[in-house]
Design a protein around this ligand. Sequence first.
Ligand code: 5RP
Length: 225
Amino acid sequence: MNPKKRAGIAAAQYITSGMTIGLGTGSTVYYMVEEVGRRIREENLNIECVTTSERTSEQAKQLGIVIKDLDDVDHIDLTIDGADEISKDYQGIKGGGAALLFEKIVATYSNKNIWIIDESKQVQELGAFPLPIEVVPYGSEHLFKYFQEKNYKPTFRLNDTGEKLKTDGGHYIIDLHLEKIAHPKELAHELSTLVGVVEHGLFIDIVNQIIIGTDQDIKVIEVRH
Ligand code: 5RP
């Protein structure tokens, strides 16, 4: 079984009936959502879910998973999501799938967050994966220039037809090719103060548990922030 599938299936076993679940986005989450669908069909699992992207909503609806609007639930018991990089002190970069804004909102209002990854996502230091910044289109060229001046090596993310990609929230993504992020908390703070930045892909002190799929088995890391 491929490692992402192994991690996704393992994570879905943490869900029990009565829970409100946040469903993340991405190719690892895909397997977790499929397993949730199977458990609903075959094990009478009774849950309601909120999602972090239109893509995940589509998949979940096809599997008969009950989807609620985030503002119609009073809490989220558990969110299971992927990650692009996780450092040795368990900070993360997310947003490779352009869903970072909704992912961060759902994660923030979740009682517990599990990230599911394969081993390639574990790094010593964040930054080899380009850091996604979700920005308001209006004035975004000025923000782009600001990032250039700071030597953050920005690129606008493009869609399949070569236009600037629009997120589910109607924003653009600027990817910063930083290579190394020595001080993630400081950078997160700086990015949060910039006008026009809606959200950034640094997920600081958010994850509670990490499930790593390997070729043979899974590893589970309990994280204490
Ligand atoms: C989407 C994300 C994903 O969780 C992240 O990109 C990991 O995706 P995958 O499981 O496909 O490697 O942050 O915005």
